[in-house]
Design a protein around this ligand. Structure first.
Ligand code: G3I
Length: 360
C-alpha cells in the first residue's frame, strides 16, 4: 500500500520528469486512432537540439518545413538551388518514418531579390512553373501548399476579386493561381494540391468577408477545373484578441466539405500577446482557445490533418512589439515550453483529438 506522502512525492516529482514519463501517449497516436494525422512545422536547425529531435519524432507523424522550402531559402540565384537544409528535414522524416508536407511553392513573400527584378523585367511563366517542377520532382510529399495567402487579408482594402497585390498578380494577373496548380499537377500526379491561407477562423465582420472571398476563389477554381484537392486553414489563433467564432467556423468548414475539398489545419498556434503576465493564465487561455477551435475543426469528416506551427515555444519567433522584445517576452503558442515540458495546450489538443467522434 503506497503511503499518501509517497504518492504526493511521486506526483510532484512526475512534474519534474521529462514529458515521456508523464504520459506515454503521443499526439500522433491519439490522432491516428481518430483517423487523422498530427504533425508540426520544424526548421532544420531545430533538429540539432538533442532534447527536441526525439520529441518531434515521437509526437509528429508529419513535418512541414518552416522556411527551408521557401523560394528565398531554396533558389538563391536563378536556377541555382541550395537543397541542403531542406534535404536534412526530408532525411529526418524518412529516418523516423514521418511523411512530409510542402510549404510553399508560390507566395507573395519570401522571394529572392533576383526573382522580383527578373519578373518585373520579363513576365516569363517559367519563372513560376519551372520552380514548381524542380521542387515537386525532387521531393515526394503528402500535400503541398501550391499557393499561399493569395487573398487580401482580413481588414485590408481588397480588389473586386479580393486578391492580394503581389509580384505574381502584377506579372500574370489572377491566372497565376491556376497556372501554379496546373504546373504542380503536371509535376506530381499524386501529391494533394492545397490552397493555404488564414483569416477564416475568427468571428469579426472582416472575417465574414474573407470567408466569402475564399469561397468565391475556390468556386472559380472548381468551375474552371483547376486541379485543387484541399484548403489549408493555417489556424493562427489569438487567446486574448480576435477570438474564433465556432458557429461561423463550423458553417464555413461545411461549405468546404460540400465542395468536395479536404480540410488541413496547417499552422496551428495560439498567440498569447495581450494576456496577463502570469504564464499559468496565459497557458490556460491558449489551451482553451485551441480546444474551441479543434472541437469544431475535428467535427468535420473532411479534416484530415492538424499541424502545429512549431512544437515548442523555444523556436517561436519573438513578439512583434518592441516593448515585449525588450522585456525578453517569450510567446507561449505551442504545446511544449522552451524546456520541452508539456503545457496545458498539449492536454487540450490530446483531449480534443481523443474526443473526435468516429465518422462512418
Ligand atoms: O535563415 C536565415 C539566416 O541565415 C539569416 O541570417 C537570417 C537573417 O536574415 O534570416 C534567416 O531566415 C529567416 C527565416 O525565418 C528562418 O529563421 C528569415 O529572415 C525570416 O523572414 C523567416 O521568417 C519566417 C516567415 O514565415 C517568412 O518566411 C518565419 O520563421 C515563419 O514562422 C513564418 O511562417 C509563416 C508561414 O510561412 C505562412 N503563414 C504565416 C506564418 C507565420 O508568419
Amino acid at each position: 500500500m503506497i503511503s499518501r506522502r509517497a504518492m504526493l512525492t511521486a506526483g510532484a516529482s512526475a512534474l519534474a520528469f521529462p514529458a515521456s514519463a508523464q504520459d506515454m501517449r503521443s499526439l500522433k497516436a491519439i490522432a491516428a486512432a481518430k483517423g487523422f494525422v498530427f504533425g508540426s512545422a520544424a526548421a532544420s536547425y531545430e533538429l540539432k537540439d538533442g532534447d527536441f529531435a526525439p520529441l518531434l519524432a515521437r509526437e509528429a507523424a508529419q513535418l512541414v518545413p518552416e522556411y527551408e522550402m521557401k523560394r528565398d531559402a531554396l533558389e538563391t540565384k536563378p536556377g541555382f538551388y541550395d537543397f541542403a537544409a531542406l534535404d536534412s528535414l526530408f532525411a529526418f522524416a524518412a529516418k523516423n518514418r514521418l511523411s512530409m508536407r510542402g510549404h510553399t511553392l508560390c507566395w507573395y513573400y519570401a522571394n529572392p531579390p533576383w526573382l522580383v527584378s527578373m519578373l518585373a523585367a520579363k513576365r516569363d511563366e517559367k519563372l513560376l512553373t519551372s520552380h514548381i517542377q524542380t521542387v515537386l520532382r525532387r521531393y515526394p510529399m503528402d500535400s503541398v501548399d501550391v499557393v499561399n495567402e493569395a487573398l487580401a487579408p482580413p481588414g485590408t482594402a481588397a480588389r473586386a476579386d479580393s486578391l492580394r497585390p503581389s509580384l505574381w498578380l502584377d506579372a500574370f494577373g489572377p491566372g497565376y493561381i491556376d497556372m501554379a496548380f496546373h504546373a504542380a499537377r503536371a509535376a506530381d500526379p499524386k501529391v494533394k494540391l492545397v490552397y493555404n491561407d488564414w483569416g477564416f477562423e475568427q468571428g469579426a465582420a472582416e472575417n465574414d468577408r474573407f470567408r466569402s472571398a475564399t469561397l468565391r476563389l475556390l468556386d472559380g477554381m472548381l468551375k474552371r477545373k483547376t486541379p485543387i484537392d484541399a484548403l489549408g486553414i493555417q489556424g493562427h489563433l489569438s487567446a486574448f484578441g480576435n477570438r474564433i467564432d465556432q458557429r461561423k467556423l463550423r458553417a464555413f468548414l461545411q461549405e468546404i466539405r460540400d465542395r468536395g475539398l479536404i480540410i488541413l489545419i496547417t499552422e496551428l498556434d495560439v498567440d498569447d500577446t495581450g494576456g496577463p503576465h502570469d504564464s499559468v493564465s496565459r497557458d490556460r487561455a491558449v489551451a482553451d482557445e485551441a480546444r474551441r477551435f479543434l472541437d469544431v475543426a475535428l467535427d468535420n469528416p473532411a479534416t484530415q490533418a492538424v499541424l502545429t506551427w512549431n512544437l515548442s515555444d523555444r523556436y517561436v519567433d519573438p513578439p512583434d512589439e518592441w516593448k515585449l522584445k525588450l522585456l525578453g517576452w517569450r510567446l507561449r503558442k505551442t504545446p511544449y515550453n522552451a524546456q520541452m515540458r508539456r503545457k496545458p495546450l498539449w492536454n487540450a489538443m490530446a483531449q480534443a483529438f481523443s474526443d473526435r467522434r468516429i465518422f462512418y
